[in-house]
Ligand binder design. Structure first.
Ligand SMILES: [Mg+2]
Length: 308
């Protein structure tokens, strides 16, 4: 099935749904808000993954959540009853490590604003890491901070310990035009149970961008780098026979569109059907790109299509 004009139709369990299933070999799923909601699996999600694999479909997980290494994702999938293999998991921590090691050929250290999960993934790829959860200069005046002359990249991720000193050090490194500037993902905020939100990597990256007068290269969705990571590590991925399933229009659905895949919005996470429909009705091309081909109430809506 060729990528068609997105029109945000409910995915039916009739001929339309079966036609889609037959036309797709590879399913790419976001995780937060799609496979699980916090510590709770989305009902039926594990069954969908198993049923797709039983039908010979390839399944990949593409998450902008940079706080988890591949190992941490695997432990979470296992704890929630999913049958998932290591080489099916593509989080931004893993993809940043691949970018720095293989694409950029980094020679030197990376200064990280982010979690231990991100740092451990970089170390596993043989990358030398500074910063992370341990900022040895915390509490010092900026003028007292010493910059490491071997740092060749600054990587901004989800950093709960973000501070003035970290911001200043990141900018100090970025004064060198040869120092790479990466961000794990553009997510501006994340929902918390109870309706509140926490700032996301995108808000921290914006602070570093303004203070350094530079623009970060984003590794996560909607950038297509994660698609290329899957294609490179799985013997190829044909976007015309791949489907992206996600809960966030400006990352998951735009990622699918950017990579030429068909897209499904699932309504168990961040974005609403009303927002998708507003994008569809908009005159602005940037919003028109954030319209899924289909929507489902939950990934469990795939189950009836996989029953016979
Ligand atoms: Mg999500």
């Amino acid at each position: 099935m060729a990528a068609s004009v997105s029109c945000c139709r409910r995915l039916s369990i009739g001929a339309q749904g079966k036609e889609l299933l037959a036309a797709v070999d590879s399913f790419l799923f976001d995780c937060d808000g799609v496979m699980w909601d916090g510590a709770r699996a989305i009902g039926g999600a594990a069954e969908v993954v198993s049923a797709l694999k039983a039908r010979g479909k390839r399944v990949y997980f593409v998450s902008n959540n940079c706080t988890r290494s591949r190992e941490m994702y695997l432990r979470k999938f296992e704890a929630l009853g999913f049958q998932v293999q290591r080489d099916e998991v593509f989080g931004t921590a893993h993809c940043c490590a691949l970018y720095l090691r293989d694409t950029a050929g980094l020679r030197g250290k990376v200064y990280v604003l982010g979690s231990e999960g991100l740092c451990s993934e970089l170390r596993s790829a043989g990358i030398s890491v500074l910063g992370g959860v341990r900022e040895e200069d915390e509490g010092l005046a900026v003028s007292e901070c010493v910059l490491d002359s071997e740092v060749r990249a600054v990587l901004v991720g989800y950093d709960e310990n973000f501070s003035f000193v970290r911001l200043a050090k990141a900018c100090g490194y970025l004064k060198n035009p040869d120092c790479l500037f990466l961000a794990t993902d553009p997510d501006p905020w994340h929902p918390l149970t109870g309706g509140t939100v926490v700032p996301g990597t995108g808000s921290l990256t914006a602070a570093v961008e303004v203070a350094s007068n530079r623009k970060a290269e984003v590794i996560g969705k909607p950038s297509r780098f994660m698609f290329d990571c899957i294609a490179c590590n799985s013997g190829g991925l044909d976007p015309a026979r791949a489907l992206m399933v996600g809960d966030r229009l400006e990352t998951d659905i735009l990622f699918g569109v950017n990579c030429g895949m068909q897209t499904v919005l699932t309504l168990t996470g961040v974005s609403s059907l009303r927002e998708a429909q507003a994008n569809m009705a908009s005159d602005r091309p940037s919003q028109r790109k954030m319209v899924p081909n289909f929507y489902v109430d939950s990934v469990a809506d795939f189950l009836p299509l996989l029953k016979d």
